[in-house]
Design a protein around this ligand. Structure first.
Ligand code: PGA
Length: 230
């Protein structure tokens, strides 16, 4: 199981130093923990934890002020990168074409993209919206490369709201994605916490979870991991 911790834009230098110490004490056995901190903390090496970037430039290294390239991330030892998180799509107007370019940059640098997709409003046609988005994002990628991408199903209406789809609803969407992309790992994200994890995990359809708000509370993350590993 993968537990991906998306810190978003949180933690000052001293707060992160404390968080890092707590992270070292996190007990986990076969769960793969990937930390997505602010870029400024990506050079930290934390034993037992893999590093991921919350974003990557759609361009290579060069005259792109404010950007961080996949090549730079690779040199830091970053193994994963989120692409197309709903906050990037909604606040920074990122499109599927941007996601496509970012994925290409990442794959060229041996970094695994975690592509976030999800419907904006609770709708019965969620699966179709998602499949269309995936098809558009994967334009011109080889089947070999498509397989390397981890898909994170994150209904936008569930992110940071405390409202989650039922296990059955998640299962329906995930199974629909698997009909088209049977070889990709799939995560669920959106208001996952140490209480609802049991219900979610019971369905046993996803390969892990992408966690935002709760990632800031490692005491709660420990409880969540204990439940997953039980
Ligand atoms: P949340 O965020 O866990 O706070 O809902 C998930 C995400 O944004 O990936």
């Amino acid at each position: 199981m993968i537990v991906a911790l998306n810190n978003k834009c949180h933690f000052t230098k001293n707060e992160f130093a404390l968080y890092k110490e707590q992270l070292k004490n996190l007990h986990h056995e076969d769960t793969k923990i990937i930390l997505f901190p602010s870029n400024i903390y990506l050079s930290n090496n934390i034993e037992g934890i893999l590093m991921g970037s919350q974003n990557v430039s759609a361009y290579g290294t060069g005259s792109y002020t404010g950007e961080v390239s996949a090549e730079q991330l690779k040199a830091l030892g970053v193994k994963y990168s989120l692409v197309g998180h709903s906050e990037r799509r909604n606040l920074f107007c990122e499109t599927s074409q941007d996601a496509n370019r970012k994925i290409t940059q990442l794959l060229d640098n041996d970094i695994t993209p975690i592509l976030c997709v999800g419907e904006n409003e609770k709708t019965k046609v969620a699966s179709d919206v998602i499949i269309n988005d995936l098809k558009e994002t994967f334009t011109n990628l080889t089947p070999e490369n498509i397989k390397k991408i981890i898909i994170a199903y994150e209904p936008t209406w569930s992110i940071g709201t405390g409202i989650i789809p039922s296990g059955q609803e998640i299962k329906a969407v995930v199974n629909h994605i698997k009909e088209y992309y049977p070889n990709n790992l799939i995560l669920y994200g959106g208001s996952v916490n140490d209480e609802n994890i049991e219900t979610l995990d019971k369905e046993n359809v996803v390969d892990g979870y992408l966690i935002g708000a709760l990632s800031l509370r490692l005491d709660k993350i420990q409880l969540l991991i204990n439940k997953i590993e039980k």
